[in-house]
Ligand binder design. Sequence first.
Ligand code: AHR
Length: 657
Amino acid sequence: MNLKSHSLFATIIILSFFLFLSFSSQAAKGGKKISSDLFGLFFEDINYSADGGLYAEMVQNRSFEYNPTEQKTWNPFSYWEYVAPGFSYGRINVETTAPIHPNNPHYVVLDVEHIGHEAKYTGISGVGIKNSGFEGMVVKANDKYDFSMFARQLGNEPVAFTICLQTLKGKILAQTTVSVAASDWKKYSATLIPSANCDTANLVILATNAGKVGLDLISLFPEKTFKNRPNGMRADLAQMLADMKPRFIRFPGGCLAHGDGLGNMYRWKNTIGPLETRKEQRNIWNYNQTAGLGYYEYFRFCEDIGAKPLPVLPAAVSCQNSGDTWRVGGTGQKALPMNEMQEYVQEVLDLIEWANGPVTSVWGAKRAAAGHPAPFNLQYIGIGNEDKITPEFEERFKMIFAAVKAKHPEVTVVGTVGPAPDGEDFTKGWKLADDLKVPIVDEHYYTSPEWFISHQNRYDSYKRNATEVYLGEYASWGNKLRNAIAEAAYMTSLERNGDVVRMASYAPLLAKKDFTQWKTDMIFFNNVKINPTPNYYVQKMFSANQGDYYFDKVILKDEKDQNLAASCVRDSKTGDIIVKMVNFGNAPKPMKINLGKFGSIASLAEQTVLSGEADAENTLDNPQKVSPVSSTVKVGKSFNYSAPAMSLTVVRIKTKK
Ligand code: AHR
């Protein structure tokens, strides 16, 4: 051993000694190591969460791909209108003969014959199309909006365009021009800067000279997206999610992932690459998904907010509820034929290479080409979503699981155990997981607040050092304060069992008012406003206050009263001790906090309380009716607390280092 390696060896020994000291001091104080990925988010494209929601695109049906299988009244020209102001005239068609890309087959052809005089009120004339967005477009005075369209000249002459934003009455808010002069599909871009605020603007694209052109993928984005990302997220909604400091995000959905029949499964490869090459499709919730918010954007968003990505891929079977609608007629779960399985397994492995592989690998190169040469550090991958545990499912799951384990032992597979907290699929799913030693399985339950209160001991008896739990979807039925507080009580039990519950996420996350398929959701929104429910605040109070060690016997309370719950964790990064106290009852209740085991603590702490009337809920017009109140409070080694009726209290205490 030379001098250099001697000193390296010594450093390692000293470091290990200090690590041991810090670990053993945690242990001596009775701390139990718990998951540091406990609370995260589950994003599903349900309730118009993606297009028309989190994805900031303002043009609806931008690629003319809407069709009647999505909604009976839809067609490729839905949400568009033919316009010819100033007594202009021409013709319009939707065509498919020479598209930009086979994945994007429809486009509009404008055949302009005559441009009239300038229309009186608007001062414009021409032949073109108008888009009404998702119930109108919200624009702000002096902000910048990025317009783009793909176009090709089909006649002999180049065609000049006026692009404008108009109010519903036709007043021009912003205007610019582009000129189409290439016979191949080409992207044309311009910036629009509105002169006034408007919540219901329309986008108008007008040819201003005679000629023939094809148009496709017509897009308008605010420049102010979350973190100013191009093709990014609606800033206010994304910020609400970022504020929760989630440790992970599961995406792109539950039922949406395994899809409505085999042809409708969410195939990640269709959602990456240039937007014009992505494949739009009906989603299981009966509307169109552009895939503009695709895998690249999901991974980028996770990175932007410091959350680990948890993509969920179908286990090569479709949703068992497939076809229970007017569309298909009841097909149930379908499995990919065995002769397609090799290719499908490869598709799963390719995702891992796309996320983590070097830029020199086939799929890593595609990630780099999209603008992210560094790996995304994918750690978890979900296979299947609350599938029926049939022999077909089992056969396919085993193949995928074995392949991931063999090629990527560094990636943790999350399996699935049906849609309910018990029952046939739950039992069969757990048996399979035990047999295969699947690292984590995904449990789901939507039920009454009373169920959450009376099942707080659910995970106390789960086997340790075996398959862990991801509680991937849960919610009590409703968005009143009492629902949220019942969930809070249950979440203290998730912390207590954080040595077997690795992750948990409330569901569904987002819901556009009047466009919902699921009644109870975490955040409601319209184009202008956001309504964070009491459930959101509970999730945020837990998620932004996670720890990695759990301590029992810190909070003394009436143990026989099921309405009372509490937990205490410590975040070893900051050293902070976090105490959470829940009262689901209708009268204040005493609790005693004993911090004796934690050494020196600061005398002032940050306290946040969510409380109110049991039936209180927030609305878009009154989003703060039920919201947490924060203050600085005095704390000591031991102090009393009166937990208000129907409340969650979080106290965050600094320790002196
Ligand atoms: O969260 C809504 C749906 O509930 C999910 O798509 C599905 O996994 C569950 O049944």
